[in-house]
Design a binder for this molecule. Structure first.
Ligand SMILES: Cc1cc2nc3c(=O)[nH]c(=O)nc-3n(C[C@H](O)[C@H](O)[C@H](O)COP(=O)(O)OP(=O)(O)OC[C@H]3O[C@@H](n4cnc5c(N)ncnc54)[C@H](O)[C@@H]3O)c2cc1C
Length: 335
């Protein structure tokens, strides 16, 4: 079997690697001239299956917990050292509610927080630790996937605008995100804005989420004093610019987490548009010879490996996975 994959975001590259590892001949076609297009470029890289239960279906937690070992095996720089969730003392009720909706966490005192993240000592009296969650640098992870694909002879062809119609007669996996809206008209765009800041004076070793009634924010550490600060969630598919309001809010929230962020250099302001179905859950959908892997919403890095495994099983063995192929499946809501 030869398979053409449309789109070199995290969905396309994980599907390509999953198939290539099973001996399938694969090519990846990407319309942009170089890496840096698509939603995947702007992600925070949090692998947070249990924190996401706060606003997501249990399916996301199941696909996400299955995916973390996949990342650890293929991208050893994946760190699994937990997610820290904090709130100001006046927002203690929000912290309790977050814990009750998510589970899988332990309560932390001020001393526990200081032991985990010494630079946050004295700033928060209570927190939560989601010990089994991880994070990765999305751009480095995508590069590592392309490198692995190259090693097994899979070409990622940049600058190629592809369509299932033009690839008629071939097996196609379409992972083109929001661009597939013509074939999947229920898809919508959810704009996400983010910043990359450089701040050498502060050391955080894991993602930190600050709960706040108006300005919730997360900060994900990357190498060499870099921090990704994110992310807005706006019902819009306008993906070109960050708004002044979002910039103010993201910076204010980072400053509320630690005033040292006031001295940070702003290296990048980015905007990505997440493709989402009405229930914000991902789908594998077959239309003719094309299998669509789409609707990864705010969970692309978290769930892509689990979706890629299922996509390979569908293509190679005709298997059926109701939780991602039947939107009325009760499995979508099982905890
Ligand atoms: C600010 C922000 C923060 C986020 N943080 C996280 C996070 O912490 N953890 C997490 O798990 N997820 C996060 N996400 C979500 C995650 O980024 C997305 O779910 C994921 O990137 C979707 O991947 P994808 O491969 O489906 O789509 P994309 O990354 O958009 O890839 C689609 C690709 O298809 C290409 N393409 C489109 N049409 C064609 C065509 N006709 N021919 C060829 N190529 C084509 C595009 O150029 C693009 O490269 C975040 C998103 C944003 C915006």
């Amino acid at each position: 079997m030869r398979v053409s994959i449309i789109g070199a975001g995290v969905a396309g590259l994980t599907c390509a690697l999953e198939l290539a590892e099973r001996g399938v001949s694969v090519e990846v076609l990407e319309r942009s001239a170089a890496p840096g297009a698509g939603c995947s470029w702007f992600a925070g890289g949090m692998l947070a299956p249990w924190c996401e239960l706060e606003s997501s279906d249990a399916l996301i937690a199941r696909l996400g917990s299955e995916s973390i070992p996949w990342w650890q095996q293929r991208f050893p720089a994946t760190l699994v050292n937990g997610t820290l969730v904090v709130a100001q003392a006046r927002d203690a009720a929000d912290l309790a509610q977050f814990a009750s909706r998510t589970g899988h966490c332990e309560s932390l005192s001020a001393e526990n927080i200081a032991a985990l993240e010494p630079d946050l000592a004295g700033r928060f009296t209570r927190g939560l630790l989601f010990r089994d969650e991880g994070h990765l640098d999305p751009r480095a992870a995508l590069a590592a996937l392309r490198q692995r694909l190259a090693e097994v002879g899979v070409a990622v062809r940049f600058g190629v605008e592809a369509s299932p119609a033009a690839l008629a007669g071939r097996q196609v996996i379409d992972c083109s995100g929001l661009a597939a809206r013509r074939q999947l008209p229920e898809l919508r765009g959810v704009k996400g804005e983010m910043l990359v800041l450089r701040l050498r004076e502060l050391v955080l070793s894991r993602p930190v989420r600050l709960l706040h009634p108006r300005l919730p924010v997360y900060v994900v550490p990357r190498a060499a004093g870099l921090y990704m600060v994110g992310a807005t969630m706006l019902e819009s598919d306008e993906g070109t610019r960050i708004s002044a309001r979002s910039l103010l809010e993201l910076l204010s929230a980072a400053y509320a987490l630690h005033p040292a962020f006031g001295e940070a250099e702003v290296l990048e302001m980015g905007t990505g548009v997440r493709a989402a179905f009405p229930d914000n859950l991902p789908r594998l959908r077959r239309l003719g010879e094309t299998l669509y892997v789409n609707g990864l919403y705010r969970h692309g890095f978290l769930v892509a490996p689990a979706l890629a495994r299922r996509a390979a099983e569908v293509l190679l063995h005709g298997r059926y996975f109701p939780e991602v192929m039947n939107e009325n499946s009760p499995e979508r809501r099982l905890a």
